[in-house]
Design a protein around this ligand. Structure first.
Ligand code: NAD
Length: 312
């Protein structure tokens, strides 16, 4: 059914809008289901092949309507803020777990099989800190956000075994790029630093700046999601998405300074309580299953981010 659309839940958000753009660019029809809580219509291009449905994944009837006639689904809708899930576990649960379950049920009923799911490195909690984290690392969800992501993985696996769903589950580490909300717990730091550096505003780093993350450029992620939508065999096990490269915040700032020919004043504040110090993905499964040949370096990704229009 090459003419039937691909549904992107959360398609008006940061990652979803990049995926929508890429699918439209290769001639696909795209349907977006988004409640526009953090996503924006302005993130999406104008296209007659794009249908935007304002609706909630927590509402089964709306999900059923959105799934009807689709070829495959990229399930990205979620309250992506860990902090929001701590403050409102019930509200986020409706989006982050009930939303996944509604989608599984609607797909089963409609006979749609392929779904790509955005899980998170948060499922590992503090386990594996200081080494590359592989997918078999014990799971230790420390927040409602992480618990809902892990439970979503289990529901998707149940629907795979019981009803023939074909989920491709990715555990994203820190995705960054244009249009990211600076308040994102993942790589919001990149948007904040880039924006302030570009405007010449002072920058504050929490702690000594030696904490590290594994940053992955959003367009490289989209290339993986497209492969997962297309592949004949998505595999049943979750796959980490990261570069297996630790970048410290100090290194990040130095690269930004290099690209911009200087930085505004940088000061250091107290470290944030509960912050994980180091997080890095073991990505051997990713490299074995997917083509990740043209991965963007941090320097090139930051350069692209600096060139992109600022978020309105
Ligand atoms: N950005 C990262 O580094 C990262 C890391 C790990 C996992 N993830 C996951 O990737 C997905 C996309 O994240 P993002 O960074 O693009 O965040 P985002 O907030 O930009 O995108 C999430 C989208 O989902 C929508 N949404 C939220 N609740 C909804 C609901 N109940 N019904 C319909 N739409 C709803 C929002 O309006 C938004 O457009 C999320 O599932 C997030 O948990 C992101």
């Amino acid at each position: 059914m090459p003419d039937s659309p691909i549904l992107i839940t959360g398609g008006a958000g940061f990652i979803g809008s990049h995926l929508a753009e890429a699918l439209l660019a290769r001639g696909e029809r795209v349907r977006v289901l988004d409640n526009l809580s953090t996503g924006k219509r302005a993130n999406l291009p104008d296209s007659e092949r794009l249908e935007i449905v304002e609706g909630d994944v927590g509402d089964l009837a709306q999900v059923q309507r959105a799934v009807a006639g689709c070829r495959a689904v990229a399930h990205l809708a979620a309250v992506a803020s860990v902090q929001a899930s701590v403050e409102d576990p019930l509200g986020t649960h409706r989006s982050n777990l009930i939303g996944t379950l509604n989608l599984c049920e609607a797909m089963r009923q409609a006979g749609v099989r392929r779904v790509v799911f955005a899980s998170s490195a948060a499922v590992y909690g503090n386990h594996g800190e200081g080494r590359a984290i592989d997918e078999d690392t014990p799971k230790a969800p420390l927040t409602p956000y992480a618990a809902d992501k892990l439970a979503s993985e289990h529901y998707l696996d149940f629907y795979r075994r019981q009803h023939g769903l074909e989920p491709a589950i990715f555990r994203f580490f820190n995705i960054y790029g244009p249009r990211q909300d600076p308040s994102s717990p993942y790589s919001g730091v990149i948007s904040i630093f880039a924006e302030r550096a570009r405007l010449g505003l002072p920058i504050t780093v929490f702690g000594d700046g030696e904490q590290t993350r594994d940053f992955f450029y959003v367009k490289d992620l989209v290339a993986l999601l497209l492969q997962a939508l297309d592949t004949s065999e998505p595999g049943s096990e979750p796959v980490n998405v990261g570069l297996d490269r630790a970048t410290s915040l100090n290194e990040l700032l130095a690269t930004l300074g290099d690209l911009l020919g200087g930085l505004p004043p940088v000061s250091h504040g107290p470290a944030r309580a509960g912050d994980i110090r180091h997080s890095r993905a073991d990505n051997r499964r990713l490299l074995a299953r997917y083509r990740a040949s043209s991965v963007t370096s941090l320097r090139d990704g930051l350069a692209a981010l600096l060139e992109a229009p600022a978020r309105s």
